[in-house]
Design a protein. Structure first.
Length: 567
């Protein structure tokens, strides 16, 4: 039966079937993930494409291809399959009459994750990529159904590791965590074999002749083995990177895909500006590492930073914005027009206007052994991935801001105890009250005021932590293997290379020129065409909602710069 979730098998093995009664499994929500459109909707879709008759067994798209078309089934069916770890293709689902192909990669030019073929003689409406964008914007009711289905399909691929890769390595190792974090935050399906705990990992190592010193490794769908790849190489191999045309001049380039940058991308693209976003790691910035944001408008039950960023990314791409990940901006040529950005892989792109949204990074501790344990016990994010490393152990959260509070509350659900270390006497002056009250009422969280870490010890990874009270000099040592650092903020402005005046802490000055004269926008810098928003901007409020607000408002200033004669 087409789209019957009970017929789907997970990568855990052919005898493991899905439970259609599980409300958390996207595949169980058949009416939304595999909807059957009405005849009236089918007629409207037909006006955007062309009818084609395809013999049984016709491959309509293959994993790894870019910019594939959208197929709407009139008669027959299209099987979606993944070779994965199986010797023969594994059919994930079958789209029947008045159903459609595709998932989130239809909104970008990344390599697709699965393949499709006709399971019988089939008649389809084939909608080319450019016309698909017109369909989504021109038929909003159909576009809403497609968007919901595409999001659920990607969640399903991630949950069941369909169309993904295999990551093998020590679960606590810095490079394993780096690769796992990159794949997770970019929504790429992945199956992890922890060589420290998973007995099946040894079989993979023998099969691919992998020695322990080569770990971690990533195995892609064609059995190609990447031995401890850099993040950039992994992104290239998986087709996650965008191909940048150095001759193309964008209306606006946004550097950074945190909340501010993503908001700017949504509004710029939706208002017709040719928009590209450059992001070195993954959408979301610091906010993307938050387990749950509960005071963001419109989400009364809260939303994780990654989920919020993921929705914003899709929203921007729906309007036509391009998102180039895994590449950092290494420099800015500010002495020419259009402005020119140089990436760390030597690529260059041009834009008439540039919005700086590179945010800030957490500060490090000045403690012996810090570099040795960074990534192997010291973390800057507290998501489900990091929580899995902690088990029923005691952990430490360092910091007194909202990010630290959200981390402490989240980690307290699964760890033995959370110790919160702050340099101040308490939390009230730096943290939202709802988090302060939740922390103070939790028996699994203890706040240590006026305290700081003074020693880190361990063998291959962090094992013991000592902190000292700043006033009394009293020290305490705990068996702790995971420390979560969320202290202070250093702006990501090194790449500007002297193009702009910065304040004493390195944040970008906006709103006035070097002589103190007011500029046309509070987000304008001293260099025409260059704007700054969010945490990287001097004087900004370091909150997600504030960044989103600045990202939405700056687009008006960009319009005024690009079209000075238009009111």
């Amino acid at each position: 039966m087409a789209n019957d979730p009970s017929t789907l098998t997970t990568p855990a093995g052919p005898d493991t079937t899905l439970d259609p009664s599980d409300p958390t499994d996207p595949y169980a929500r058949a009416a939304q993930i595999f909807p059957r459109l009405s005849d009236e909707m089918a007629a409207r879709i037909a006006t955007y494409g062309e009818a084609q008759d395809l013999p049984a067994g016709t491959v309509v798209f293959e994993r790894g291809q870019r910019s594939v078309d959208f197929f709407f089934v009139l008669e027959g069916n299209i099987e979606i399959f993944d070779s994965g770890e199986q010797c023969t293709p594994q059919v994930i689902t079958t789209h029947g009459e008045r159903q459609f192909t595709g998932e989130l990669d239809l909104f970008n030019d990344r390599a697709i994750l699965v393949s499709g073929r006709t399971g019988a003689d089939t008649r389809v409406i084939r909608v080319r990529r450019a016309d698909f964008r017109r369909l989504v914007t021109g038929e909003p009711d159909i576009g809403e159904i497609l968007m919901r289905a595409f999001i659920l399909r990607r969640v399903g691929l991630i949950r069941h590791t369909h169309g993904g890769v295999v990551l093998i390595g020590p679960g606590h190792a810095a490079d394993t965590l780096r690769l796992q974090r990159f794949l997770t935050r970019n929504g790429y399906p992945m199956r992890l074999f922890d060589t420290e705990a998973d007995p099946d990992a040894g079989g993979f190592l023998d099969c691919f002749r992998i020695t322990p010193d080569q770990l971690p490794v990533v195995i892609v769908e064609d059995q190609h083995v990447l031995r401890n790849p850099t993040t950039a190489r992994l992104a290239d191999e998986l087709g996650l990177t965008e191909i940048i045309d150095p001759a193309r001049v964008y209306d606006v380039a946004i550097v950074g895909a945190g909340p501010a940058g993503l908001a700017a991308a949504v509004y710029a693209a939706s208002e017709g500006l040719d928009t590209i976003v450059i992001e070195g790691t993954a959408p979301g910035g610091q906010a993307g590492t938050s387990s749950k944001i509960e005071n963001y408008l419109g989400f009364p039950t809260g939303i994780s930073g990654q989920a919020l960023a993921g929705r914003a990314q899709v929203q921007a791409q729906k309007f036509g914005a391009r998102l180039a990940i895994s590449r950092n901006v290494a420099g800015l040529d500010c002495e020419r027009t259009p402005l020119r950005l140089r990436l760390d892989d030597k690529q260059c792109l041009q834009a008439r206007a540039v919005v700086i949204a590179t945010g800030a990074r957490y500060r490090k501790l000045d403690v012996d052994n810090y570099d040795r344990f960074e990534g192997q016990g010291i973390h800057y994010a507290a998501t489900a991935m990091e929580a899995q490393l902690c088990g029923n152990q005691e952990v430490i959260v360092v910091g007194g801001g909202n990010s630290a509070g959200q981390a402490a509350v989240f980690l307290s659900r699964t760890t033995a105890h959370v110790h919160v270390l702050v340099r101040a006497s308490g939390l009230a002056s730096t943290m939202s009250d709802y988090l302060v009250q939740r922390i103070l009422q939790s028996p699994r969280i203890t706040v240590h005021g006026r305290s700081e870490i003074t020693s880190l010890d361990g063998a291959d990874r962090l094992e013991r932590v000592t902190w000292t009270h700043r006033d009394t000099g009293a020290s305490e040592t705990k068996v702790v293997g995971n420390v979560f650092l969320m202290i202070g903020a250093d702006p990501n402005t090194d790449w500007l290379g002297g193009c702009l005046p910065l304040d004493a802490k390195g944040f970008v000055k906006t709103g006035s020129d070097e002589e103190g004269r007011a500029l046309s926008s509070p987000y304008a810098t001293a260099l025409p065409g260059l704007f700054a928003i969010g945490d990287v901007r001097a004087g900004s409020v370091k909150r997600v909602a504030s960044g989103v607000g600045e990202g939405s408002v700056v687009v008006q200033a960009v319009h005024q710069f690009l079209n000075p004669g238009v009111a």
